[in-house]
Design a protein around this ligand. Structure first.
Ligand code: SER
Length: 321
Protein backbone atom coordinates (compact mmCIF):
# COMPACT_ATOMS: atom_id res chain seq x y z
CA UNK A 1 0.00 0.00 0.00
CA UNK A 2 1.01 3.60 -0.35
CA UNK A 3 2.97 3.93 2.90
CA UNK A 4 1.49 7.22 3.99
CA UNK A 5 -2.19 6.21 3.71
CA UNK A 6 -2.73 3.68 6.49
CA UNK A 7 -6.11 4.48 8.00
CA UNK A 8 -8.83 5.56 5.65
CA UNK A 9 -12.29 6.98 6.33
CA UNK A 10 -14.98 6.97 3.64
CA UNK A 11 -17.94 9.33 4.05
CA UNK A 12 -21.08 8.52 2.08
CA UNK A 13 -20.09 4.86 2.22
CA UNK A 14 -23.65 3.63 1.75
CA UNK A 15 -24.08 5.62 -1.46
CA UNK A 16 -23.71 4.51 -5.06
CA UNK A 17 -19.97 5.17 -5.35
CA UNK A 18 -19.07 4.97 -1.66
CA UNK A 19 -20.39 1.43 -1.21
CA UNK A 20 -18.18 -0.02 -3.94
CA UNK A 21 -15.25 2.28 -3.21
CA UNK A 22 -15.19 1.18 0.44
CA UNK A 23 -15.03 -2.49 -0.56
CA UNK A 24 -12.29 -1.78 -3.11
CA UNK A 25 -10.25 0.15 -0.54
CA UNK A 26 -10.69 -2.65 2.03
CA UNK A 27 -9.50 -5.17 -0.54
CA UNK A 28 -6.45 -3.06 -1.21
CA UNK A 29 -5.52 -1.75 2.25
CA UNK A 30 -7.14 -4.29 4.61
CA UNK A 31 -10.69 -4.29 6.03
CA UNK A 32 -9.84 -2.90 9.46
CA UNK A 33 -7.99 0.03 7.87
CA UNK A 34 -11.04 1.44 6.09
CA UNK A 35 -13.74 3.00 8.29
CA UNK A 36 -17.09 3.44 6.54
CA UNK A 37 -19.39 6.31 7.53
CA UNK A 38 -23.08 6.57 6.76
CA UNK A 39 -25.88 8.76 8.03
CA UNK A 40 -29.14 6.90 7.99
CA UNK A 41 -29.44 4.51 5.05
CA UNK A 42 -28.94 0.91 6.11
CA UNK A 43 -25.52 -0.41 5.11
CA UNK A 44 -25.34 -3.74 3.27
CA UNK A 45 -24.25 -6.89 5.11
CA UNK A 46 -21.12 -6.87 2.94
CA UNK A 47 -20.20 -3.38 4.10
CA UNK A 48 -20.89 -4.27 7.75
CA UNK A 49 -18.97 -7.54 7.61
CA UNK A 50 -15.80 -6.36 5.93
CA UNK A 51 -14.67 -3.60 8.32
CA UNK A 52 -15.73 -0.88 10.77
CA UNK A 53 -18.91 1.12 10.16
CA UNK A 54 -19.98 4.29 12.01
CA UNK A 55 -23.25 6.18 11.81
CA UNK A 56 -22.23 9.80 11.44
CA UNK A 57 -23.72 12.97 9.95
CA UNK A 58 -21.03 14.90 8.07
CA UNK A 59 -22.46 18.24 9.17
CA UNK A 60 -21.58 17.30 12.78
CA UNK A 61 -17.91 18.26 13.07
CA UNK A 62 -17.43 17.08 16.66
CA UNK A 63 -18.64 13.62 15.75
CA UNK A 64 -16.27 13.49 12.78
CA UNK A 65 -13.34 14.59 14.94
CA UNK A 66 -14.10 11.81 17.43
CA UNK A 67 -14.02 9.17 14.69
CA UNK A 68 -10.84 10.56 13.11
CA UNK A 69 -9.13 10.56 16.53
CA UNK A 70 -10.33 7.18 17.73
CA UNK A 71 -9.27 5.33 14.57
CA UNK A 72 -6.16 7.42 13.88
CA UNK A 73 -7.45 8.33 10.41
CA UNK A 74 -4.87 9.81 7.99
CA UNK A 75 -6.81 9.74 4.71
CA UNK A 76 -10.42 10.68 3.91
CA UNK A 77 -12.45 9.85 0.81
CA UNK A 78 -15.29 12.35 1.12
CA UNK A 79 -18.14 10.92 -0.96
CA UNK A 80 -21.17 12.18 1.01
CA UNK A 81 -23.24 14.68 -0.97
CA UNK A 82 -26.74 15.61 -2.08
CA UNK A 83 -26.92 15.18 -5.88
CA UNK A 84 -28.35 17.45 -8.56
CA UNK A 85 -31.96 16.25 -8.73
CA UNK A 86 -32.64 16.23 -4.98
CA UNK A 87 -30.56 19.41 -4.71
CA UNK A 88 -33.09 21.27 -6.88
CA UNK A 89 -35.94 20.01 -4.65
CA UNK A 90 -34.05 20.81 -1.44
CA UNK A 91 -31.47 23.52 -2.21
CA UNK A 92 -30.91 24.46 1.45
CA UNK A 93 -30.16 20.87 2.38
CA UNK A 94 -27.79 20.53 -0.61
CA UNK A 95 -25.95 23.68 0.41
CA UNK A 96 -25.67 22.58 4.03
CA UNK A 97 -24.57 18.99 3.39
CA UNK A 98 -22.26 19.74 0.45
CA UNK A 99 -20.62 22.91 1.77
CA UNK A 100 -20.59 22.43 5.55
CA UNK A 101 -19.72 18.76 5.13
CA UNK A 102 -16.74 19.51 2.90
CA UNK A 103 -15.51 22.35 5.08
CA UNK A 104 -15.65 20.11 8.14
CA UNK A 105 -13.54 17.52 6.34
CA UNK A 106 -11.02 20.12 5.14
CA UNK A 107 -10.76 21.75 8.58
CA UNK A 108 -10.12 18.37 10.17
CA UNK A 109 -7.50 17.52 7.50
CA UNK A 110 -5.72 20.81 8.23
CA UNK A 111 -6.00 20.67 12.03
CA UNK A 112 -5.06 16.97 12.34
CA UNK A 113 -2.44 17.21 9.57
CA UNK A 114 -3.94 14.34 7.61
CA UNK A 115 -1.99 12.86 4.72
CA UNK A 116 -4.65 13.19 2.04
CA UNK A 117 -8.26 14.03 1.23
CA UNK A 118 -10.15 12.92 -1.88
CA UNK A 119 -13.17 15.08 -2.62
CA UNK A 120 -14.92 14.51 -5.94
CA UNK A 121 -16.42 17.26 -8.04
CA UNK A 122 -18.73 16.66 -11.00
CA UNK A 123 -19.69 17.62 -14.56
CA UNK A 124 -22.35 19.60 -12.69
CA UNK A 125 -19.64 22.24 -12.12
CA UNK A 126 -20.25 23.25 -15.75
CA UNK A 127 -23.21 25.26 -16.98
CA UNK A 128 -25.04 26.40 -20.09
CA UNK A 129 -22.29 28.87 -21.06
CA UNK A 130 -19.56 26.19 -20.92
CA UNK A 131 -18.39 24.83 -24.32
CA UNK A 132 -20.35 21.58 -24.59
CA UNK A 133 -18.10 19.46 -26.79
CA UNK A 134 -14.73 18.28 -25.55
CA UNK A 135 -15.14 20.67 -22.60
CA UNK A 136 -11.68 22.00 -21.67
CA UNK A 137 -10.05 21.63 -18.27
CA UNK A 138 -9.97 25.40 -17.80
CA UNK A 139 -13.34 26.79 -18.79
CA UNK A 140 -16.47 28.68 -17.75
CA UNK A 141 -17.85 27.39 -14.43
CA UNK A 142 -21.28 28.93 -14.07
CA UNK A 143 -23.66 26.11 -13.07
CA UNK A 144 -27.40 26.66 -12.69
CA UNK A 145 -28.03 23.99 -10.05
CA UNK A 146 -27.38 24.25 -6.31
CA UNK A 147 -25.45 20.98 -6.57
CA UNK A 148 -23.24 22.52 -9.27
CA UNK A 149 -22.76 25.70 -7.23
CA UNK A 150 -21.55 23.61 -4.28
CA UNK A 151 -19.22 21.66 -6.57
CA UNK A 152 -17.57 24.79 -8.01
CA UNK A 153 -17.31 26.35 -4.55
CA UNK A 154 -15.99 23.02 -3.28
CA UNK A 155 -13.25 22.87 -5.93
CA UNK A 156 -12.19 26.40 -5.03
CA UNK A 157 -12.29 25.66 -1.31
CA UNK A 158 -10.15 22.54 -1.77
CA UNK A 159 -7.57 24.45 -3.80
CA UNK A 160 -7.61 27.21 -1.20
CA UNK A 161 -6.81 24.73 1.59
CA UNK A 162 -4.00 23.29 -0.52
CA UNK A 163 -2.37 26.63 -1.31
CA UNK A 164 -2.93 28.25 2.08
CA UNK A 165 -2.33 25.34 4.44
CA UNK A 166 -0.79 22.59 2.32
CA UNK A 167 -3.75 20.20 2.72
CA UNK A 168 -3.18 17.55 0.04
CA UNK A 169 -6.73 17.40 -1.29
CA UNK A 170 -7.46 15.95 -4.71
CA UNK A 171 -10.57 15.46 -6.79
CA UNK A 172 -12.06 14.64 -10.16
CA UNK A 173 -15.06 16.00 -12.00
CA UNK A 174 -16.94 12.73 -12.26
CA UNK A 175 -19.33 12.25 -15.16
CA UNK A 176 -22.51 10.20 -14.62
CA UNK A 177 -21.53 6.95 -12.93
CA UNK A 178 -23.22 3.71 -13.98
CA UNK A 179 -23.24 0.64 -11.75
CA UNK A 180 -25.32 -2.38 -10.73
CA UNK A 181 -24.50 -2.90 -7.04
CA UNK A 182 -26.03 0.13 -5.29
CA UNK A 183 -28.60 2.31 -7.08
CA UNK A 184 -27.81 6.04 -7.26
CA UNK A 185 -30.08 8.48 -5.48
CA UNK A 186 -31.29 11.83 -6.69
CA UNK A 187 -28.98 12.52 -9.64
CA UNK A 188 -29.74 13.72 -13.15
CA UNK A 189 -27.71 10.92 -14.72
CA UNK A 190 -29.67 8.25 -12.79
CA UNK A 191 -31.68 7.36 -15.95
CA UNK A 192 -28.54 5.73 -17.34
CA UNK A 193 -28.62 3.27 -14.42
CA UNK A 194 -32.40 2.86 -14.07
CA UNK A 195 -32.70 1.92 -17.77
CA UNK A 196 -30.62 -1.24 -17.16
CA UNK A 197 -32.61 -2.21 -14.04
CA UNK A 198 -35.91 -1.84 -15.90
CA UNK A 199 -34.58 -3.65 -18.99
CA UNK A 200 -33.83 -6.67 -16.80
CA UNK A 201 -36.82 -6.45 -14.45
CA UNK A 202 -39.64 -5.08 -16.63
CA UNK A 203 -38.59 -5.07 -20.29
CA UNK A 204 -39.57 -1.42 -20.64
CA UNK A 205 -38.38 1.96 -19.33
CA UNK A 206 -39.78 5.48 -19.18
CA UNK A 207 -36.82 7.83 -19.51
CA UNK A 208 -36.88 11.26 -17.86
CA UNK A 209 -34.66 12.93 -20.48
CA UNK A 210 -35.10 13.19 -24.26
CA UNK A 211 -33.79 10.48 -26.56
CA UNK A 212 -31.18 12.85 -28.06
CA UNK A 213 -29.73 13.88 -24.65
CA UNK A 214 -26.00 13.23 -24.68
CA UNK A 215 -24.01 13.22 -21.43
CA UNK A 216 -20.55 12.00 -20.39
CA UNK A 217 -20.71 8.73 -18.44
CA UNK A 218 -18.37 6.21 -16.81
CA UNK A 219 -18.64 2.63 -15.56
CA UNK A 220 -18.08 2.14 -11.83
CA UNK A 221 -14.84 0.08 -12.01
CA UNK A 222 -13.19 2.96 -13.89
CA UNK A 223 -14.55 5.54 -11.43
CA UNK A 224 -13.07 3.59 -8.51
CA UNK A 225 -9.73 2.73 -10.07
CA UNK A 226 -9.43 6.33 -11.19
CA UNK A 227 -9.89 7.94 -7.78
CA UNK A 228 -7.57 5.41 -6.11
CA UNK A 229 -4.92 6.03 -8.79
CA UNK A 230 -5.25 9.77 -8.22
CA UNK A 231 -4.92 9.25 -4.45
CA UNK A 232 -1.72 7.29 -4.94
CA UNK A 233 -0.15 9.57 -7.57
CA UNK A 234 2.99 11.47 -6.50
CA UNK A 235 2.12 15.03 -5.48
CA UNK A 236 5.06 16.39 -7.50
CA UNK A 237 3.37 15.33 -10.75
CA UNK A 238 0.16 17.24 -10.09
CA UNK A 239 -0.44 20.69 -11.53
CA UNK A 240 -4.17 20.48 -10.86
CA UNK A 241 -5.58 19.18 -7.60
CA UNK A 242 -9.33 19.18 -7.01
CA UNK A 243 -10.80 19.73 -10.45
CA UNK A 244 -9.55 17.10 -12.89
CA UNK A 245 -11.82 16.60 -15.88
CA UNK A 246 -12.38 12.85 -16.18
CA UNK A 247 -14.05 11.13 -19.13
CA UNK A 248 -14.73 7.62 -20.36
CA UNK A 249 -17.65 7.64 -22.83
CA UNK A 250 -20.46 9.82 -24.12
CA UNK A 251 -23.74 8.65 -25.62
CA UNK A 252 -27.35 9.74 -26.07
CA UNK A 253 -30.19 8.13 -24.16
CA UNK A 254 -31.27 6.62 -27.50
CA UNK A 255 -27.83 5.12 -28.13
CA UNK A 256 -27.88 3.68 -24.61
CA UNK A 257 -31.29 2.10 -25.26
CA UNK A 258 -29.99 0.67 -28.56
CA UNK A 259 -26.98 -0.91 -26.87
CA UNK A 260 -29.33 -2.65 -24.38
CA UNK A 261 -31.69 -3.73 -27.19
CA UNK A 262 -28.84 -5.62 -28.83
CA UNK A 263 -28.97 -7.92 -25.77
CA UNK A 264 -32.69 -7.59 -24.94
CA UNK A 265 -34.42 -7.29 -28.36
CA UNK A 266 -37.95 -6.88 -26.93
CA UNK A 267 -36.88 -3.92 -24.69
CA UNK A 268 -38.86 -0.70 -25.25
CA UNK A 269 -38.15 2.85 -24.06
CA UNK A 270 -40.48 5.84 -23.92
CA UNK A 271 -39.28 9.38 -23.25
CA UNK A 272 -41.00 11.73 -20.82
CA UNK A 273 -38.62 14.58 -19.93
CA UNK A 274 -39.11 16.22 -16.53
CA UNK A 275 -37.30 19.04 -14.64
CA UNK A 276 -34.03 17.12 -14.94
CA UNK A 277 -33.98 17.72 -18.71
CA UNK A 278 -33.02 21.36 -18.07
CA UNK A 279 -30.19 20.20 -15.83
CA UNK A 280 -28.97 17.68 -18.41
CA UNK A 281 -29.12 20.37 -21.12
CA UNK A 282 -26.82 22.60 -19.05
CA UNK A 283 -24.07 19.95 -18.85
CA UNK A 284 -21.44 19.01 -21.48
CA UNK A 285 -21.73 16.33 -24.15
CA UNK A 286 -18.10 15.29 -23.88
CA UNK A 287 -15.03 16.14 -21.82
CA UNK A 288 -11.35 16.81 -22.52
CA UNK A 289 -9.54 14.95 -19.77
CA UNK A 290 -5.98 15.23 -21.08
CA UNK A 291 -4.73 16.82 -17.82
CA UNK A 292 -5.76 13.67 -15.91
CA UNK A 293 -4.02 11.49 -18.53
CA UNK A 294 -0.86 13.57 -18.35
CA UNK A 295 -0.62 14.26 -14.62
CA UNK A 296 -1.59 10.90 -13.11
CA UNK A 297 -2.03 8.45 -15.97
CA UNK A 298 -5.84 8.26 -16.07
CA UNK A 299 -7.02 5.59 -18.51
CA UNK A 300 -10.61 4.24 -18.64
CA UNK A 301 -11.19 0.61 -19.60
CA UNK A 302 -14.92 0.45 -20.35
CA UNK A 303 -16.82 1.74 -23.37
CA UNK A 304 -20.60 1.56 -23.86
CA UNK A 305 -20.68 -1.95 -25.35
CA UNK A 306 -18.40 -3.48 -22.74
CA UNK A 307 -20.31 -1.77 -19.94
CA UNK A 308 -23.73 -2.87 -21.24
CA UNK A 309 -22.64 -6.51 -21.44
CA UNK A 310 -21.26 -6.39 -17.89
CA UNK A 311 -24.25 -4.49 -16.44
CA UNK A 312 -26.78 -6.92 -17.90
CA UNK A 313 -24.83 -10.00 -16.77
CA UNK A 314 -24.61 -8.69 -13.21
CA UNK A 315 -28.19 -7.42 -12.98
CA UNK A 316 -29.55 -10.73 -14.34
CA UNK A 317 -27.61 -12.54 -11.64
CA UNK A 318 -28.75 -10.07 -8.99
CA UNK A 319 -32.43 -10.48 -9.85
CA UNK A 320 -32.27 -14.16 -10.82
CA UNK A 321 -33.36 -13.45 -14.43
N1 SER B 1 -24.47 12.00 -11.35
C1 SER B 1 -24.55 13.30 -10.76
C2 SER B 1 -25.91 13.86 -10.82
O1 SER B 1 -26.61 13.52 -11.70
C3 SER B 1 -23.59 14.23 -11.44
O2 SER B 1 -22.52 14.45 -10.60
O3 SER B 1 -26.26 14.67 -10.01
Amino acid sequence: MAGDMKKIMVTGSVGQIGSELTLALRERYGGDNVVALGRKTTPSEELLNTGPFEYQDITDKEGLVRIVESYGIDTIYHMAAILSGVGEQKPDLAYQVNMDGLKNILDIARDKELTRVLAPSSIAAFGPETPRNNTPQETVLRPRTMYGVTKVAGELLCDYYFHKWGVDVRGVRYPGIISWKTPPGGGTTDYAVAIYYDAVQKGSYECFVREDTVLPMMYMPDAINGIIDLAEAPLEGLVHHSDFNMAAMSFSAGELAASIKRHVPEFTVTYKPDYRQTIADSWPNSIDDSAAHEEWGWQPRYDLEKMTADMLTNLRKKFGK
